[in-house]
Ligand binder design. Sequence first.
Ligand SMILES: [Cu+2]
Length: 124
Amino acid sequence: MNTRRIVTLLLALPVGAMLSAQVLTAQVAKPAGMKVQTVTLTFDDKGYVVTPATVTKGVPVKMEVDLDTVKGCMRTVVINAFDVKKTVKAGETTIEFTPTKSGKIDIICGMNIGKGSFTVVEPK
Ligand SMILES: [Cu+2]
């Protein structure tokens, strides 16, 4: 092995180590437990509609409220099972919570007039 080859090897090693470190960091930054389930909340002639209607217990939910169909007092969204009570408005249409129990979960409006539900299932 001549000197030039040794120098090349020494230069290549740190670069390889840096690339490996970056790959490892990228994997660590996205652990499985940090995933989020996104659903939309709309309102039809029967009441609140959650799409998809089923979420998994223990995984944070981001509920995007559709202001085109959810109007008036229906914009105060109450999910008593998870201590959620939030009034949405333009620019603030996301409701975040983590389902802590499974089963049929009721949604009501702040005046207890609008109603709907979704289902929480145990993780697989
Ligand atoms: Cu209402």
